[in-house]
Design a protein around this ligand. Structure first.
Ligand code: NAD
Ligand code: MG
Length: 398
């Protein structure tokens, strides 16, 4: 039977890769709903090609989309708006699969709604899990949602873990013979830069990742290693594992997407060409496998695989994320919010690249940490952290 798919963030890098996979399997999947925040022209073209039943945009873009759809004779497509619209499609009874591919905290409530509605949720929006880890994981258990990792590292870990691991109650220590997770990182475009060179880098340079083509925010996060920090937190929640059982390994070729070590001395790695279509297809079809256009790995062409320890002096964001995970409570939400604000300021050339981690650190020291049991507390911490980060930026610029 055909699966009905909702793609939150369809115009983004992950959204586009998702469409590419669905297009290859028209008998297995249909697009029920899509959302976009900007690039409404592109959204209209997606509507023309995939004929969803519902499209979601910000309220002030409804008229623009409506005109486009009218011109394309697609006025039968329902338009919903804002967060309420995103939540409505995420939990819609006719939806089987939700691709959570909005970037940042904006994806939290829609993703959580999909989980609470017991959907198969393909999680790309790592910030949502970083903010609400325990709540999101508990909701997945309580509502029998299938929360499948799309982030390539977590998808790799999922593939290397015992098949029934997701259901294990780990108490922080890995179970079922697993001893450690090795989370790989490319090291980003500035892996070999000195601190002085890091101070000078431009947004354009930061957005040019050597191995992956991605949205702007995650590209900057990859360059600061905050992406790895967020992924460390993501891994702890997804696999109910304490942070000291997760080691970050810099692996510049991005061929191994992460590894799992076992007590008997085995290390299992998942490898492949760096293309998000592989983890997306895996999460879509699991436990089956479906075809993608991604070519098989050519090991004869890939002459060398290298591994290094991350340098937390030049890339302090990784250390800040680990500390936030250790501290628990709303610290990861504070870290995430401050980082979102700082990255946006860097992209607007208001601050330097090296200021991003500084602002995150200052914000973590300013906003007080507390328990993250209530969603309201997390959202409140997010708002306070944004205000504190804006303050720090203001002081830095004056
Ligand atoms: P992107 O910037 O290319 O796309 C983001 C999407 O979210 C767009 O469709 C945009 O319209 C929408 N969006 C942005 N702000 C919004 C808001 N305030 N409200 C509603 N919608 C909004 O980002 P991306 O690279 O596709 O990444 C999406 C998510 O997937 C991120 O959380 C990222 O960390 C994660 N991820 C991406 C990759 C990758 O290779 N691109 C890999 C792993 C994980
Ligand atoms: Mg990743």
């Amino acid at each position: 039977m055909s699966q009905s798919v909702c793609i939150l963030g369809v115009t983004g890098s992950i959204g586009q890769s998702t469409l590419k996979i669905l297009e290859q399997h028209p008998d297995q999947y249909s697009v029920f709903a899509v959302s976009a925040y900007s690039r409404i022209d592109e959204l209209a073209q997606i509507c023309r090609q995939y004929q969803p039943k519902i499209a979601v945009v910000p309220a002030d873009r409804v008229d623009q989309l409506s005109r486009h759809l009218k011109d394309l004779q697609l006025s039968h497509i329902q338009i919903l708006s804002d967060e309420a619209g995103l939540i409505a499609v995420a939990k819609h009874p006719e939806v089987d699969v939700v691709m959570a591919a909005i970037v940042g905290a904006a994806g939290l409530l829609p993703t959580l709604s999909a989980v609470k509605a017991g959907k198969r949720v393909l999680l790309a929006n790592k910030e949502a899990l970083v903010m609400s880890g325990d709540i999101m994981m508990r909701a997945a258990r309580d509502h029998h949602a299938l929360l499948l990792p799309v982030d390539s590292e977590h998808n790799a870990i999922f593939q290397c873990l015992p098949h029934d691991y997701m259901n294990a109650d780990a108490h922080g220590k890995p179970v079922k013979g697993v001893s450690r997770i090795l989370l790989t990182a490319s090291g980003g475009p500035f892996r070999q830069h000195s601190l002085q060179q890091l101070h000078e880098v431009t947004p354009q340079q930061a957005c040019k990742h050597p191995n992956w083509s991605m949205g702007q925010k995650i590209s900057v996060d990859s360059a600061t290693l905050m992406n790895k920090g967020l992924e460390l937190i993501e891994a702890c929640h997804l696999f109910s594992i304490a942070e000291h059982f997760v080691t970050v390994v810099v692996h510049p070729e991005s061929i191994i997407h992460s590894m799992v070590q076992y007590v008997d001395g085995s290390t299992l790695a998942q490898m492949g060409n760096p293309d998000m279509c592989t983890p997306i297809a895996h999460a879509l079809a699991w436990p089956e496998r479906i075809q993608t256009h991604v070519p098989a790995l050519d090991l004869f062409a890939q002459q060398q695989l290298n591994f290094q320890e991350p340098d937390i002096v030049r890339f302090p964001a990784l250390k800040l994320a680990r500390e936030a995970m250790k501290a628990g409570g709303v610290a990861p939400a504070i870290l995430n919010a401050a980082n979102e604000v700082a990255v946006a300021a860097f992209l607007k050339e208001q601050i330097r690249f090296t200021h991003i981690a500084e602002i995150v650190e200052q914000t973590l020291n300013t906003v007080h940490n507390r328990s993250a049991e209530q969603l309201e507390t997390i959202l409140e911490a997010d708002t306070q952290a944004r205000e504190a980060a804006f303050d720090s930026i203001g002081k830095m610029r004056s």
